[in-house]
Design a protein around this ligand. Structure first.
Ligand SMILES: [Zn+2]
Length: 369
C-alpha cells in the first residue's frame, strides 16, 4: 500500500529579488487559474480537452506549459466545489498563494559548494524565458523521509512565496487484523476521547487559549502554534500506540464551505479547537494510522454528542459540559466518550433507533442544532 507524505522546506534564503519574482509568478498563476475557473464554471471540461488552442488566456505571459497546469487545477477546483456543495456551490477562487507543479516546471538540483542551504530548486518554462534557481533549506521531515528506505521522492512540488513542499511516496503495510477498535471524539478539553473510555490530550485548552491570546501573526503566536502542533502530533502517536486495528473519527467534510453547515460548524469550532488545529489533528491522526497499520475511517458527526449511545435518544439537554445524562433512559457517561461510542457504532450502522423502541415521534422532541 502506498501513501503520500510531504515535507515542507524553506525558500527564505533566496534573495529578495528572486522572491519578488516568485511572488509575481504565483500572483499571475492565480489570475490565470481564476480565468479558467470562470470558463469551466458554465461548461464542464475534461483534462483531455486542454489542447494548445483551448488554453489561450488573454493578457498573460505564462508559458503554455504553466497555463496547462493552471487549467488542470481549475478543473479540479470546480469539480471539488460541485461535489461538495452541489447546486449551492459558489465559484471557487484561487488566491495566488500556491502553485502545484511537476518536473515539467520544477526540479531539485544538488548544490556545488558548502553553503547554508541544501539544494537548488530549479524553475523553468514559466514564461518570458524566465529561469530561476532558488536555494532550498531542508527541514527535519525531509531528512526523515529521505532516510526512510520505504520512501521514494516524487516529482511533485507545491510552491508558495517562502516554501516548497516536496512529496514522497511511502510504502506502508496493510492494516493489522487484530487489536481493539476505537471511535475517537475530538473536543476542546480532550483532544482524543476513545470509545473505551481512554482520554488523551487533556491539556488542549491551555495550548489553544495561548494561541488565541497572542497577537495575530506575531512571533508569540507562531511559537504557541508550534507547541500546539507538536502536542497534536504526540497525542496522535499515543492513540496509535494503543495498537488498534480500527479508528473511526469525525468526517472532515464538515468543514466545507457549504452555506448551511458553515454557521453550525463555526459555532462548534469556536467552542472547540479552531479550524486550523482541527484539520491538523485529523491529518496527523490519519497519517499516524497509515504508517502504523491502523485502519482509519471517518463518519459524519451529526448529533454524535447529543445522542445517548445505549438508547439513541437525541436531545441537546442530554449533555452538560463533560457530563452526559440521558433524559430518556438515565444513562450517564463522559460526554466525549459517549460521542466516541456513537461514531464507532455509526461506522457499523448499528445505532439504536429510538422511534422503534419508544414509539414514533419520540426522536423529534428536543432535537436541535
Ligand atoms: Zn438513553
Amino acid at each position: 500500500m502506498k501513501v503520500v507524505r510531504s515535507a515542507r522546506c524553506s525558500l527564505t534564503l533566496a534573495t529578495r529579488s528572486k522572491r519578488l519574482v516568485l511572488r509575481e509568478v504565483l500572483h499571475e498563476y492565480g489570475r490565470v487559474v481564476n480565468w479558467f475557473v470562470g470558463k469551466f464554471w458554465t461548461r464542464k471540461w475534461t483534462k483531455g480537452e486542454l489542447l494548445a488552442k483551448n488554453i489561450v488566456v488573454p493578457g498573460t505571459w505564462l508559458s503554455a506549459r504553466l497555463r496547462k497546469v493552471a487549467a488542470r487545477e481549475a478543473i479540479d477546483m470546480v469539480k471539488a466545489a460541485r461535489e461538495r456543495d452541489g447546486e449551492w456551490a459558489r465559484k471557487p477562487v484561487h488566491h495566488g498563494k500556491r502553485m502545484h507543479v511537476s518536473s515539467t516546471i520544477a526540479g531539485l538540483r544538488p548544490k556545488r559548494e558548502a553553503s547554508a542551504f541544501d539544494a537548488w530548486l530549479h524553475l523553468s518554462s514559466i514564461g518570458r524565458g524566465l529561469r530561476m534557481d532558488l536555494p532550498v533549506k531542508f527541514h527535519r521531515q525531509y531528512h526523515k523521509l529521505g532516510n526512510d528506505p520505504r520512501a521514494r521522492r516524487l516529482e511533485s512540488y507545491i510552491l508558495t512565496e517562502d516554501s516548497v513542499q516536496l512529496a514522497f511516496a511511502l510504502e506502508v503495510e496493510p492494516p493489522r487484523r487484530t487489536g481493539p477498535e476505537f471511535g475517537v471524539d475530538t473536543g476542546m478539553n480532550t483532544l482524543a476521547a476513545l470509545s473505551d473510555g481512554t482520554l488523551l490530550g487533556t491539556d488542549m485548552r491551555t495550548l489553544v487559549t495561548r494561541v488565541r491570546r497572542c497577537k495575530q501573526a506575531s512571533l508569540g503566536q507562531k511559537r504557541a502554534r508550534r507547541a500546539l502542533h507538536q502536542r497534536i502530533a504526540e497525542v496522535a502517536k499515543e492513540v496509535v500506540g494503543l495498537n488498534p486495528r480500527l479508528l473511526v473519527a469525525e468526517d472532515l467534510m464538515l468543514l466545507s464551505h457549504g452555506r448551511t453547515t458553515q454557521r453550525r460548524v463555526s459555532k462548534n469550532l469556536r467552542r472547540s479547537l479552531g479550524a486550523w488545529a482541527y484539520r491538523d489533528w485529523l491529518d496527523r491522526l490519519r497519517q499516524a494510522c497509515e504508517t502504523n497499520r491502523v485502519r482509519f475511517e471517518q463518519v459524519p458527526p451529526a448529533y454524535s454528542s447529543q445522542r445517548c449511545n445505549p438508547c439513541g435518544h437525541t436531545e441537546r439537554g442530554n449533555r452538560k459540559g463533560e457530563d452526559f445524562r440521558c433524559r430518556a433512559c438515565g444513562h450517564t457517561d463522559h460526554a466525549d466518550v459517549n460521542a466516541a461510542r456513537n461514531l464507532l457504532d455509526r461506522f457499523y450502522g448499528r445505532e439504536p433507533n429510538p422511534a422503534r423502541e419508544y414509539g414514533p415521534g419520540f426522536q423529534r422532541e428536543g432535537v436541535g442544532g
